[in-house]
Design a protein around this ligand. Structure first.
Ligand SMILES: Nc1nc2c(c(=O)[nH]1)N[C@H]1C(S)=C(S)[C@@H](COP(=O)(O)OP(=O)(O)OC[C@H]3O[C@@H](n4cnc5c(=O)[nH]c(N)nc54)[C@H](O)[C@@H]3O)O[C@H]1N2
Ligand SMILES: Nc1nc2c(c(=O)[nH]1)N[C@H]1C(S)=C(S)[C@@H](COP(=O)(O)OP(=O)(O)OC[C@H]3O[C@@H](n4cnc5c(=O)[nH]c(N)nc54)[C@H](O)[C@@H]3O)O[C@H]1N2
Ligand code: SF4
Ligand SMILES: [Mo]
Length: 702
């Protein structure tokens, strides 16, 4: 018999709502939830069935037998694995204190249970992947509005002009957002795209600025200068909500459109034409602050400048601009109950120094890469257990060799993952989580103009001896003696407990897969108290930054040019892969089996490199071998590759050594963060490229 299961995609972190058709315990069809996505699903989402059918994933708990990374595993029962982990954690807690245990979870809406777990142990050391992702953008937003990266959302569909700096929105996609971009374009809206290379988004754009790598801040400053010169801003909005405008006027003077155009390698009249266009379109103009603009040492300031442009447009809480996401409270509904709220907050300071040494950073998840210092040095105190749940730091942060060296000092490494991750392969215990179609998750709130509660439901039973993470955490907590923070035995009990204050019941999910809290978009009439900065205003001059001795408006410094014969290594995503964990998916592997190295045609011809040639990409001690993609559509200073490849897990036969790993080439970058934003400077590595003398059928990386 056929049945519909409402659930949530898990092939990437966007978590699109899905409808799954199941017949006789088999998944027959997956589509985007028709009520929200009109059935749309991306290639990765469609390949969820291939993942479910794939046997090249951990099938039962594993405990390491040989040396770390040797791949010698002993399959054990859940009982034995959970006992082993709980016992080790207890010993570490007794010897070094609970704060010696850290946990990283990728991020996203399902953090509650993971936070309750680590805080329940008594450790403040909860972290995530974000210093490799959107931290600069998050902190830039906080410094301006007092609100994080998700504190404002974009009404792209109704906008007249969307401006994207390195935000490849149609390839690095969220389905609903990509659909909004297409709707906006069809309605006659403009799209300005800024990148150092042409991309899927760039070819749909109405204007494309190809800039010299690392000069986004200059371009944004030039835009601000021209907007001010032409008085193309919302004076009333500025007077009402913004502090520091006079300082901006003074600061911006030297950064003219002509200066910016020269710095970025574009035409000044094109930049001026752009400002003329937006001046008639505001406030329906959105400067996307970047998602992962966290790659250069001034990306925080680039993102900040883009937010200043939004402020100048006066686009906040206006149709076609930026909107405050609305939650249950805006609909007269109480929020979901939180497990983490039951747990007393650990008093000890964080080992990454966030909140103490680094007061200007958001204490929430801190910064993972800074934990490596604590792990290596034992300062401010030792970290002895590292639990990675839905996170693969070796694929996420630069220089896995340097990470492994620091981890020598850790006594327990645990990976809770649906796949073999690079970290998992090196760790001591793998606790395999059931893949998303085989498990359920706690209920979450999805904020937006029309907020809702939603959840993931199990479509089919697990094929292997795997468990959902809620059960894994609960069972370790029981063994370690803090079950009071996990007051449930089944997921239904947890759902009921979460929903209790809201007045809704989980049967309501049956109809459409979510509980809609408002039937029409909510807009605020009054936004006077919405900015959470120290002054309660939008701060162009940020008190938090100034108190930390950091400038609010940083003078521009031109990025270094690569020395002769070298190139800046940049990276991005393919629409058919999600980081490293889909590379081995049988269907997605077929669509995109390995990455290439984009290299400018003129430069390539000087190096004697033709399309499809094998090239060596050399950093300091590391080398990658990959095929060249020779093209006019990339700036000659840069070479580009798709992130996530070069995996080294023999049990992933399709991904094993296919393509090249960018993070291995990023030697020395693990400690190089933007001091104001906390993001790692992932695009600050120069590499040498040469024709490879080898022509391997299967590449071996050094
Ligand atoms: N060099 C370089 N570095 C980068 C990037 C880059 O492009 N280049 N990108 C950066 C960005 S933007 C990000 S977000 C990070 C991403 O880095 P990560 O957050 O580490 O990446 P993911 O691959 O999304 O997920 C991590 C792990 O989660 C596992 N996983 C997936 N689904 C599930 C699940 O349902 N349950 C469990 N338990 N585990 C699951 C995957 O198998 C994978 O091992 O990397 C950053 N680092
Ligand atoms: N299909 C797919 N979609 C995804 C993901 C995925 O793994 N796969 N991951 C999700 C995640 S975690 C994130 S963070 C987002 C990231 O989404 P985006 O922020 O859009 O990131 P990327 O795809 O890495 O694309 C970044 C672009 O920046 C360009 N670039 C490099 N240097 C410069 C520069 O100096 N200036 C400018 N202007 N551009 C530059 C690169 O050429 C590349 O095209 O995507 C999300 N969506
Ligand atoms: S964007 Fe694609 S892979 Fe990501 S959640 Fe949505 S359907 Fe799944
Ligand atoms: Mo990301």
């Amino acid at each position: 018999m056929k049945k519909t299961v409402w659930s949530m995609c898990g092939m990437c972190s966007v978590r699109c709502p899905i409808r799954v058709e199941v017949e006789d315990g088999e998944i027959k069809w997956i589509e985007g939830n028709p009520h929200l996505l009109g059935g749309a699903l991306c290639a990765k989402g469609s390949a969820g069935i291939a993942l479910q059918k794939d046997s090249e994933r951990p099938q039962q708990p594993l405990i390491r037998k040989g040396g770390r990374g040797a791949g010698n595993w002993e399959p054990v029962s859940w009982y034995a694995a959970l006992d082993y982990v709980a016992d080790k954690l207890k010993k570490i807690k007794d010897k070094y204190g609970p704060e010696a245990i850290m946990m990283s979870c990728r991020g996203g809406p399902f953090l509650d249970i993971a936070k309750a777990f680590i805080h329940g142990i008594g450790s403040p050391n909860f972290t995530n992947h974000d210093s490799g992702c959107g931290r600069n953008v998050h902190h830039a937003s906080k410094s301006i509005y007092g609100l994080g990266r998700k504190g404002l959302i974009y009404d792209i569909k109704n906008s007249k002009h969307l401006v994207l700096f390195g935000r490849n929105i149609l390839a690095s996609l969220r389905i609903a957002e990509a659909n909004q971009v297409m709707d906006m374009l069809e309605a006659g809206g403009s799209l300005t795209y800024v990148d150092v290379r042409q991309s899927l988004t760039g070819i749909k754009a109405t204007r494309f600025f190809q800039v010299r790598p690392g000069t986004d801040y200059a371009l944004a400053l030039g835009m601000i200068n021209e907007v001010l010169k032409k008085e193309a801003y919302d004076r009333e909005f500025l007077e009402k909500y913004v502090t520091g405008f006079e300082a901006l006027e003074e600061f911006i003077e030297p950064y003219t459109a002509e200066w910016a155009a020269k710095e970025c390698g574009i035409k000044a009249n094109k930049l001026k034409g752009f400002v003329e266009e937006i001046s008639s379109q505001r406030p329906k103009v959105i400067f996307h602050p970047g998602w992962m603009l966290s790659r250069y040492s001034d990306s925080f300031y680039a993102s900040r400048a883009l937010q200043i442009l939004n402020v100048l447009m006066g686009n906040i809480e206006k149709q076609g601009g930026q909107l405050f996401p609305k939650g249950p409270g805006d609909c007269g509904v109480k929020g979901l109950r939180s497990l983490d709220a039951l747990v007393p907050k650990p008093e000890k300071e964080r080992a990454d120094g966030v909140g103490t040494k680094y007061k200007h950073f958001d204490k929430g998840p801190g910064l993972f890469h800074l934990f490596y210092d604590a792990i290596a040095t034992g300062e401010p105190y030792p970290i002895k257990a590292v639990i990675c749940y839905r996170h693969d730091p070796f694929n996420c942060f630069p220089d896995p060799a340097a990470q492994k060296e620091a981890l020598e000092n850790a006594e327990l490494l645990v990976s809770i993952d649906t796949h073999y991750s690079e970290f998992g392969w090196f760790s001591d215990v793998i606790l395999p989580e059931s893949m998303y179609l085989e498990r359920e998750t706690p209920i979450i709130t999805q904020k937006g103009p029309k907020p809702r509660f939603t959840l993931r439901q199990r479509a089919v039973e697990p094929r292997f001896d795997t468990k959902p993470s809620w059960e894994i955490f609960k069972q370790i907590a029981d063994r370690m003696g803090f079950s009071e923070y996990f007051p449930f035995n089944t997921i239904e009990e947890l759902w009921k407990w979460q929903l209790e204050p809201t007045g809704h019941s989980y049967e309501e999910f049956d109809e459409k897969g979510y509980i809609e809290l408002s039937d029409k978009p909510i807009m605020y009439d009054n936004i006077d108290d919405k900015f959470k900065t120290p002054s309660g205003k939008i701060e162009i001059i940020s008190k938090v930054l100034e108190d930390a001795g950091l400038p609010s408006l940083k003078p521009y410094e031109s990025p270094a040019k690569p020395p002769k014969g070298r190139f800046r290594l940049i990276f991005g995503r393919s629409p058919v892969h999600a980081h490293g964990h889909t590379i081995n998916n049988p269907l997605l592997h077929e669509l995109f089996p390995e990455n290439t190295l984009w290299i400018n045609k003129r430069v390539a011809s000087k190096l004697g490199i033709s399309e499809g040639d094998w090239v060596d990409v050399i950093a300091d001690t590391q080398k990658g071998i990959v095929r060249a993609h020779v093209t006019e559509f990339i700036h000659p200073e840069a070479v580009y590759t798709v992130h996530g490849f070069g995996r080294q897990i023999p049990l992933q036969s399709r991904a094993y050594h296919a393509g090249m790993s960018d993070q291995k080439l990023q030697e020395g970058l693990l400690q190089k963060m933007d001091p104001a934003g906390g993001g790692l400077c992932l695009c600050e590595k120069f590499v040498t490229v040469r024709r490879s003398h080898r022509n391997p059928a299967r590449r071996v990386e050094l």
